[in-house]
Design a protein around this ligand. Structure first.
Ligand code: PXG
Length: 286
């Protein structure tokens, strides 16, 4: 069935949901986005995603022409109109159509697009066995270039890293920052467990502050597991007891090797599994 796409205040059939070839979102990757899950008809962490969207927009001086409350309503409305009970929402804001030049003053009408669809998950086997990971040679953007904290439409860096993973036969790839520290994967945050303590790179390591990352850190604290945001090298991952990734699409997924080094016992570890179960309980997911 054709989807109904929210565009600037109205729901239109997907074949009519179009943007101008002069839109700076297309011409320059000039815009911001969010990916959000729907579980049992409830939009998960909607306020947090909307808040990050507006912060990303502010960071690129893009004024979203509706309020956060209106955006929240628009998301709910789009989910209902498409009868989505379990699925995935893509919220996209582009700079709007302008001239063939960088000047944002020549653009008008930022496009507000909301797509609510079903989601393709990683194969169940990867959740059971854990995933293998490689380190990409493509590093994260320097924080003083395009800050990795901005969820912008300019995802080429992450796409290049993902291609390296695909070439190596992995579904994700680890990205370092410009200082050679562990940062993030192409669409997921990374955690390790060492001697019972949960560790993840801090925001200033050049990461996207994942909504799932924050939820998992809260779940860990509730479970009495200490959480530290610390700078790490790949060595810390090689010698970790456990490793896992978090993300809107992946949720919580174990990592069992990095660059051919087996992590821990080479199977999803107990703390990883506990946190995955707690996360599933929270979302009501399977
Ligand atoms: N780091 C990066 C670089 C991301 O892009 C995350 C971490 C996890 O953040 P959340 O808030 O989702 O816990 C992301 C988000 C995809 C896809 O299709 C992935 C993301 C966003 C949109 C699409 O794989 N990752």
């Amino acid at each position: 069935m054709a989807l109904k796409i929210y565009m600037n205040g109205t729901l239109v059939p997907e074949e009519d949901a179009k943007v101008s070839v002069f839109d700076h979102g297309l011409l320059y990757g000039d815009g911001v986005f969010e990916g959000i899950r729907v579980y049992g008809g409830n939009v998960f962490q909607l306020e947090e995603h909307v808040s990050r969207l507006y912060e990303s927009a502010a960071a690129i001086r893009l004024v979203i022409p509706i309020s956060t409350d209106e955006m929240t309503d628009a998301v709910e409305q789009t989910v209902k109109a498409n009868g989505i009970t379990d699925g995935y929402i893509r919220l996209v804001i582009t700079r709007g159509a302008g001239s063939l030049g960088l000047d944002i003053r020549k653009t008008s009408n930022p496009q507000i697009i909301i797509i609510a669809d079903t989601i393709t998950l990683y194969p169940e086997e990867i959740y059971q066995k854990g995933m293998e990971l490689i380190t990409a040679s493509t590093i994260q953007n320097h924080p003083q270039a395009l800050s990795p904290r901005i969820k912008s439409l300019n995802y080429l860096n992450n796409i290049l890293a993902k291609i390296e993973g695909t070439d190596a036969g992995t579904v994700e790839a680890l990205m370092m920052n410009h200082k050679g520290e562990v940062a993030v994967c192409t669409g997921d945050n990374i955690f390790i467990v060492k001697k019972g303590i949960l560790k993840t790179p801090p925001v200033d390591a050049g990461i996207l502050e994942g909504v799932t990352r924050n939820v998992v850190m809260e779940l860990a604290e509730e479970a009495g597991i200490s959480v530290e945001q610390v700078t790490m090298s790949r060595y810390d991952i090689y010698v970790a007891d456990e490793c896992f990734l978090t993300g809107t699409a992946a949720e919580v997924i174990a990592v069992v090797s990095l660059d051919g080094r087996t992590i821990g016992q080479g199977i999803p570890g107990p703390i990883t599994q506990d946190l995955r179960e707690r996360f599933q309980k929270l979302t009501g997911g399977k």
